[in-house]
Design a protein around this ligand. Structure first.
Ligand code: HEC
Length: 94
């Protein structure tokens, strides 16, 4: 019994860590599958490589990437760790 309880706790902790970036928050601007130019300004993220997306997301957070509306994107990603942004970048784009 003790072993089962321990694994459930470990699983819950892993799930919390992996929860990561809330993609739902992005879709209003970037489209359901990141197929839109957000606010007519961004590149189509679905066409970007995983590596370029990771660079963009971490760069917005650090203030080292982006154009006129980079401040807006900083607000979207500042709360996430670089590891979370790296992991999320692998799930979108190509
Ligand atoms: C309120 C609208 C809005 C929301 C919400 C939003 N974005 Fe953006 N996003 C933009 C705009 C506008 C740009 C272009 C910013 C600039 O000037 O560099 C952008 C740029 C980007 C880029 C880089 C594209 C490029 O042109 O280099 C990525 C990647 C990205 N967003 C991912 C996300 C993710 C992931 C989320 C959710 C966590 C998100 N965005 C939420 C509007 C939004």
């Amino acid at each position: 019994m003790k072993i089962i309880v321990t694994s459930i706790v470990a699983l819950a902790a892993t799930t919390a860590l992996m929860a990561g970036v809330n993609a739902g928050a992005c879709k209003g601007c970037h489209g359901q599958n990141f197929e839109k130019k957000a606010l007519g300004k961004s590149q189509v993220v679905a066409h970007m490589s995983h590596a370029d997306i990771a660079t963009a997301l971490k760069g917005y957070k650090a203030g080292t990437y982006g154009k006129a509306m980079k401040g807006l994107m900083k607000g979207q990603v500042a709360k996430y760790s670089d590891a979370e942004l790296d992991a999320f970048a692998k799930t979108i784009g190509k």
